[in-house]
Design a protein around this ligand. Structure first.
Ligand code: GLN
Length: 468
């Protein structure tokens, strides 16, 4: 495995250079082309930046804490040096005029973006099968999905192409693909990382996070990208400080996530992890959160509502593709949007417009927001007693390509365990559990109270050292 620390050491000792590291990462990306991980690679800009960093290193100038470390970003982060497509036909020719704050912060520390990874178009989905560029294949089994929506970013880390990647998590899009491919996946507290320069999905739950091979690497990346940004009014003041390892945390195992509908091997892995937590000195108790059974219904009302509003800006005039044969303005809007969106994008725009319409607003949208408050209250109550909540990331390991594509409800059900923390804005991570008998990775989900991200990392790290 190429960890951030390994790469930094190699460059520092003179055994390697930033250019050599970027070239090696690009070569690994090419070697795994059949997995369809990247929408685009940006070798020119990456190598140019590598040379700049090597120059600085040679002349003894100050370089950042990630100098020469290659990474990749989900293709919904605006970056310079190529296109930002959000995996949608509508943006296939879109070249961003600026970079996302998270990218700028990483570059300021000397990290080098080598390319843009595949996703479900506009991040709508949980398998990367909604991409206009075709699905990404699972890291360990070509017949299985990569998960999503940040499928490409998860597989890039799982196959060790780069030590870390950026993703977005609106309802599980970092945690679930991390679980399906065997990487660490971090969704921080809502507002910890600036969303500026990232294609919006649902603004009240969109979170920027990362995939990495180890908790240490993930924590380092989060430390760089976190912080208040005047360009995103929802960002929190800097509060991110690595916490001390808690010797004995109180951990609640959510009962509702361990019942029927959960794969036996997944349930067994979570139980095993709970036992290891106990051996490591923590206390694990079963807790009940009945309201979680309504979380999926809340999510699939609130999120499409926000999507329908956020996607209104894609009108064929301001960004990306414009329909060629429109004869008036309405036709221009309709044709450009009709040609540019994927079916799942359109489904969500329609659901969102419906639940926001004057006749149904109270019955659906308002009701869902009220229920969301009850969900937040339920979490708050549990966090009075427990430091961390534990459960599976998804009900099953990676499913087969094509298995759920004809049944949107079945696809949505796979999000049941990740959307609750999203609706409550909680930090939630996916750590490696083990694998199924067939070798498919299974992730474990750990969730904490808002702004307790570093405590969450600390507990996960005690477990990593425990696993060896
Ligand atoms: N799978 C979920 C959905 O389709 C989550 C997506 C995401 O987090 N971007 O909405």
């Amino acid at each position: 495995m190429h960890t951030i620390e390994d790469i930094k050491q190699r460059i520092k000792s003179g055994e390697s250079t930033a250019r050599a590291e970027v070239e090696a990462a690009l070569a690994r990306a090419k070697q795994h082309e059949d997995k369809n991980i990247f929408i685009s690679l940006t070798p020119e800009r990456a190598l140019e930046r590598a040379d700049e960093i090597d120059e600085k290193l040679k002349s003894g100038e100050i370089v950042g804490s990630l100098a020469g470390v290659p990474f990749a970003a989900k293709d919904n982060f605006l970056t310079l040096g190529g296109t930002t497509t959000a995996a949608a036909k509508l943006l296939s020719n879109f070249e961003a005029p600026l970079q996302a704050t998270a990218i700028e912060k990483l570059e300021a520390e000397g990290a080098i973006c080598i390319g843009k990874t595949n996703l479900d178009a506009f991040a709508h989905g949980g398998s990367t099968e909604n991409s206009a560029y075709g699905p990404t294949k699972n890291a360990v089994d070509d017949s299985k999905v990569a998960g999503g929506s940040s499928g490409g970013s998860a597989v890039a880390v799982a196959l060790d192409i780069v030590p870390f990647t950026l993703g977005t998590d609106t309802g599980g899009s970092i945690r679930q693909p991390a679980s399906f491919n065997g990487a660490v996946g971090v969704k921080p507290t809502y507002g910890m990382v600036s969303r500026y320069g990232v294609v919006a999905m649902a603004s009240s739950t969109d979170c920027i996070g990362c995939f990495a091979g180890t908790m240490d690497d993930a924590e380092q990346v989060m430390g760089v990208i976190a912080g208040q940004d005047e360009k995103d009014m929802t960002t929190l003041a800097d509060y991110y400080t690595p916490a001390k390892v808690k010797q004995s945390a109180k951990i609640g195992l959510i009962k509702e996530f361990m019942g029927d509908g959960v794969d036996d091997e997944v349930r067994a892995q979570v139980k095993e992890y709970a036992e290891k937590l106990t051996v490591a000195g923590h206390t694990v108790e079963e807790v009940s959160m009945p309201i979680t059974k309504y979380a999926l219904a809340m999510y699939y009302i609130i999120v499409p509502a926000e999507i329908s509003s956020n996607l209104a800006r894609f009108d064929g005039v301001r960004y990306g593709q414009r329909a060629k044969d429109a004869t008036n303005l309405d036709e221009l809007y309709n044709k450009s949007r009709g040609e540019g969106f994927e079916a799942e994008n359109e489904r969500r725009i329609m659901i969102g417009s419906y639940v926001l319409s004057s006749g149904y607003f109270d019955a659906y949208y308002l009701k869902a927001q009220k229920a969301r408050t009850l969900l937040i209250n339920a979490y708050n109550e549990l966090f009075e007693t427990y430091d961390v909540l534990l459960g599976p990331v998804a009900p099953t390991p990676a499913f087969a390509l094509g298995e759920n594509t004809s049944d949107p409800i079945k696809m949505y059900l796979a999000d049941a365990m990740t959307v609750p923390a999203s609706l409550a804005g909680l930090p939630s991570i996916s750590v490696r559990g083990g694998t199924t008998k067939a070798g498919l990775p299974i992730g474990i989900q750990l969730t904490a109270q808002q702004q307790n991200d570093s405590e969450l990392f600390a507990i996960a790290k005690t477990m990593e050292s425990h696993h060896g």
